[in-house]
Design a protein around this ligand. Structure first.
Ligand code: ZN
Ligand code: ZN
Ligand code: ZN
Ligand code: ZN
Ligand code: ZN
Length: 314
C-alpha cells in the first residue's frame, strides 16, 4: 500500500475495520449547527444581561461569544484542513486545526481573567439584579447548552481535538447555567445579590480550566510532542524485536493534526537481514499495532553503521 491515501485528509483510502476510516463530515455538521445555536443564544443573553443587570448572564454572554468564535474557528479549521496539499505545503492546512485550538484556549483564559476582575468589583457593591428575567434566560441557556452538547456528541469527540474540546466546553457551560439558575433563585427568595458575582466566578473557573486544557494539549502537538495514546518505548521495543534487527535509533513520533500521527526512525539490521523484509514488517507493526499510517524508516546495515553526519537524536 503506497502513500496514495495522503491526499484525502485522514480519512484513508482503505477501509479495514480498525477505526481510522472516519470522515470529518459529522464533525463539520456538528460544529456548524452548534455554532448557529450558540451564536443566536448569545444575542439573547447580551440583551438579557443588560436588561436584568446580571453579571452572571453578561459573563456567560461573553463566554458564549468565545464559544461561537471557537466553534466557528474549529469549523473553519476543518474546512481549511480539507484543502488540497500543494507543492509548498505538503501537509496542506491540516495543522491549522491545532493552531485554531491553541487560539481558542488562549481566548478562553483571557475572557475568564476579565470575568474575575469584573466579579471582584461587584463583590464589594453588588448591584440590583432582576432575578425573574435572569432565571428565565439562564433556564433557556441550560436548554441551549444541552442541545449543543447533544449535537457535538454526535461528532467523534474522542478522536478530534477540536470536537472534544468543544464538547468539554459545552459540558462546563451546562454547569455554568445551573450556577446562574441557582443564583437567580437565591436572589429571588433571599435577596442575596452577591450570588450573581459568585455565579459568574464559577463560570470563569470553568472557562479557565477548559482554556488551560485546550492550550496545553495543542501546545504539546505544536511542540511536536509524542501522541499521548502512543508509548514511544513500546514502539521502540516492538521494532527492536523484529528478527535480525539490532537496534532502533533516532525515533520520532509526532502529530500533524488530530488522528494523524507520523513517525520517523533508523533501524540497524545485521548483515544477513533483507532490507525490504524488515521494512515491510516494521511498517506493518506500526500500522496494525500503533495505528501509525505514515512512517519513514531508514534501514542501516550494522557493518556500515549510521550514515548520519552529526550523530543521531536519540
Ligand atoms: Zn462555553
Ligand atoms: Zn490503515
Ligand atoms: Zn507518507
Ligand atoms: Zn541511523
Ligand atoms: Zn532525529
Amino acid at each position: 500500500m503506497g502513500h496514495h491515501h495522503h491526499n484525502h485528509g485522514h480519512s484513508h483510502g482503505h477501509s479495514h475495520g480498525h477505526g481510522h476510516g472516519h470522515s470529518h463530515t459529522s464533525n463539520k455538521k456538528a460544529l456548524l449547527s452548534s455554532f448557529i445555536l450558540i451564536a443566536a443564544f448569545m444575542v439573547v443573553e447580551v440583551i438579557g444581561g443588560i436588561l436584568t443587570n446580571s453579571l452572571a448572564l453578561l459573563s456567560d454572554a461573553g463566554h458564549m461569544l468565545s464559544d461561537a468564535a471557537a466553534l466557528g474557528l474549529s469549523f473553519f479549521a476543518i474546512k481549511l484542513g480539507e484543502k488540497q496539499v500543494s507543492q509548498e505545503k505538503t501537509y496542506g492546512y491540516k495543522r491549522f486545526e491545532i493552531i485554531a485550538a491553541a487560539l481558542n484556549g488562549i481566548t478562553l483564559i483571557i475572557i475568564s481573567l476579565y470575568i474575575f476582575y469584573e466579579a471582584f468589583q461587584r463583590f464589594f457593591a453588588p448591584p440590583e439584579v432582576q432575578s425573574t428575567g435572569m432565571l428565565m434566560i439562564s433556564v433557556t441557556g441550560l436548554v441551549v447548552n444541552i442541545i449543543a452538547a447533544w449535537i457535538l456528541m454526535s461528532g467523534d469527540k474522542d478522536d478530534n481535538l477540536n470536537v472534544r474540546s468543544a464538547f468539554l466546553h459545552v459540558l462546563g457551560d451546562m454547569l455554568g447555567s445551573v450556577g446562574a439558575i441557582v443564583a437567580a433563585l437565591l436572589i429571588m427568595f433571599f435577596g442575596w445579590t452577591i450570588a450573581d458575582p459568585i455565579a459568574s466566578v464559577i463560570v470563569a473557573v470553568l472557562i479557565i480550566i477548559s482554556g488551560f486544557r485546550v492550550t496545553r494539549d495543542s501546545f504539546h502537538i505544536l511542540m511536536e510532542g509524542a501522541p499521548t495514546q502512543i508509548d514511544i518505548q513500546q514502539v521502540k521495543e516492538a521494532l527492536s524485536k523484529i528478527p535480525l534487527v539490532k537496534e532502533v535509533h533516532d525515533l520520532h513520533i509526532w502529530t500533524i493534526t488530530s488522528g494523524y500521527p507520523v513517525l520517523s526512525c533508523h533501524i540497524t539490521i545485521v548483515d544477513e537481514a533483507i532490507h525490504d523484509e524488515v521494512l515491510a514488517r516494521s511498517q506493518k507493526i506500526l500500522h496494525d499495532e500503533f495505528h501509525i499510517e505514515h512512517s519513514t524508516i531508514q534501514v542501516e546495515k550494522a557493518e556500515i553503521g549510521c550514515p548520519s553526519p552529526h550523530g543521531t537524536c536519540n
